[in-house]
Design a binder for this molecule. Structure first.
Ligand code: HEM
Length: 474
């Protein structure tokens, strides 16, 4: 009789032999395609890579995740491999790689907890007429301007912007606003708290990979269930109102939910779409707006130039066309999104063995062969701060650089390819409108803290120390 020890030994031998052969064959295929290996992160724990996993958790907690990536890129180059909980993952800031990933979506499909939704279903919501209609948004920017301290005292502008974008997103979506800037209801406040919590916990799953999907997370599940219940209750009210009247939106010209309900009456599906739109549109827009104020507060000359352009326009409520024609205003928004792309880091997994154009060999200029299932994390934040693209002042806020600069995939705050952000124009218009109305009301904004910029990582990034400012009204 064969002993158990022998059988285990034989099994281990066969598995190891199989893995070794797979590796040799993979290396041969890579060589035949002219591919080289990317540099491998030097782990203290080469088996599971727990050292880097813990460092990732630690740096998410102390808001230095992007600094950690900066240090690793400096040491290893623009693309590196690492062991993430036993699986090889790649991290890159090469625009060529990002372009390859985002354009070949059949090789790099979208999965997991991300900013995705039924694109065909919601596309009608972002047609030009809707994007250019600023009426709904104007209510909330007026609430913001009324709420901001005018006595020069120090306050956190980010908190106000985050509240405003939740109010405007819920209004746009359901025709019912959380109204947190004016009169927040307790269940709306709970919704806001749950939303923030879910974004941070969701980010850990997105960054560390699908392994965490299998570990039960009761607090997160409870938060998501409460959010769904909140949206469901409004959905029911709206559906009931729809039955008694054709007019669900009151004086409103457009409500996202009305469009979705035309396509489906499946309640849970509609709730999914509402949550996706909130996740995709709210924190991203808030982060981009806050970024513009953060950088402008540190650049009085840029504020002066912007105010001249605004005064020249001489409109109380500028139209979409007027906003589009304001060169400096658009440069400011572009530059803020370059230095502070709200979706700073993202990832995809290869659906099959596939070549990425850059990252292999000692100089990182050779293509690399990526095994099926490998996760590739890509950093828009680092790509958009590269000195070989943007020059030695790449880390500085300089809206004028966009007067002559022409870039392609090196600038992708809204992603690119077939799944490019569907809300891009909507967001850009809202940000431009907010800046316009703000600097038509306040003549100066002063920074009131001097911490170096720290980005807090959730599904999107935000300013870890807020955006502490003092304002001088007109
Ligand atoms: C400054 C603001 C915004 C930024 C920086 C931004 C950025 C992005 C990025 C990078 C993606 C791709 C994510 C991925 O591939 O994993 C994305 C997708 C998406 N965004 Fe935005 N977004 C913004 C505002 C909005 C707004 C306001 C909405 C809607 C109200 C929106 C709706 C969407 C949707 C639905 C997707 C998924 C598209 C698809 O998968 O086909 N976004 N956004």
């Amino acid at each position: 009789m064969l002993s158990l020890q022998f059988l285990l030994g034989a099994a281990a031998f066969v598995i190891t032999g199989h893995l070794v052969i797979q590796r040799i064959l993979f290396a041969r295929r890579a060589a035949a395609l002219g591919c080289s290996k990317p540099p491998m992160y030097k782990h203290k724990d080469p088996i599971l890579g727990l050292d880097l996993a813990f460092a990732t958790f630690r740096t998410i907690a102390d808001n230095t995740l992007l600094d950690m990536f900066t240090n690793i890129f400096e040491e290893y180059g623009n693309t590196y491999a690492a062991n993430t909980l036993g699986q090889t993952t790649l991290t890159t800031n090469e625009s060529e790689n990002i372009k390859a990933i985002l354009t070949r979506i059949e090789d790099w499909p979208i999965a997991g907890l991300r900013l995705h939704t039924a694109r065909a279903l919601i596309r009608p919501s972002f047609v030009r007429d809707q994007v250019t209609d600023l009426k709904c948004f104007d209510r909330h920017i007026s609430n913001l301007l009324a709420a901001l301290p005018r006595d020069g005292s120090t306050f956190d502008l980010q908190t106000y912007i985050v509240a405003m974008t939740m109010d405007s997103s819920t209004d746009f979506m359901m025709g019912y606003s959380t109204n947190s800037l004016v009169q927040p209801a307790p269940e709306a406040q709970q919704f806001l708290r749950d939303f923030e919590y879910a974004a941070v916990e969701g980010a850990k799953i997105a960054i560390l990979g699908s392994v965490l999907n299998y570990i039960p997370h009761r607090k997160l599940q409870a938060a998501v269930e409460r959010m769904r219940a909140y949206l469901r209750s409004h959905l029911k009210t709206i559906i009931a109102a729809k039955k008694t009247s054709d007019q669900t939106s009151g004086d409103r010209s457009y409500v996202f939910l009305d469009e979705v309900l035309k396509a489906t009456s499946d309640e849970e599906y509609v709730v999914d779409q509402m949550l996706s739109i909130l996740v995709a549109g709210r924190d991203t827009t808030a982060a981009a707006m806050t970024a513009a104020f953060y950088f402008l507060a540190r650049d009085p000359k840029a504020v002066e130039k912007l105010r001249i352009e605004i005064k020249d326009m001489n409109a109380k409520n500028p139209s979409w066309d007027q906003l589009k024609g304001m060169k400096y205003l658009n440069n400011v928004v572009k530059e803020a999104l370059r230095l502070f792309p709200p979706v700073a880091v993202n990832s995809r997994a290869a659906s099959k063995e596939v070549v990425l154009p850059l990252g292999g060999g000692p100089d990182g200029k050779q293509p690399i062969l990526v095994a099926k299932g490998t996760s590739v994390r890509y950093s828009t934040w680092h790509m958009q701060r590269r000195k070989d693209t943007y020059g030695p002042d790449a880390d500085e806020f300089r809206p004028e650089r966009w007067d002559n600069l022409r870039v392609g995939w090196e600038y992708a705050p809204f992603s690119g390819g077939p799944r490019i952000c569907i809300g891009q124009q909507f967001a850009l218009t809202q940000i431009a409108y907010t800046l316009y109305k703000f600097f038509n009301t306040f003549k100066a904004i002063e920074p009131r803290e001097s911490h170096p910029l720290q980005a807090a990582q959730a599904l999107t990034i935000s300013f870890a120390n807020g955006c502490m400012v003092g304002l001088t009204p007109e």
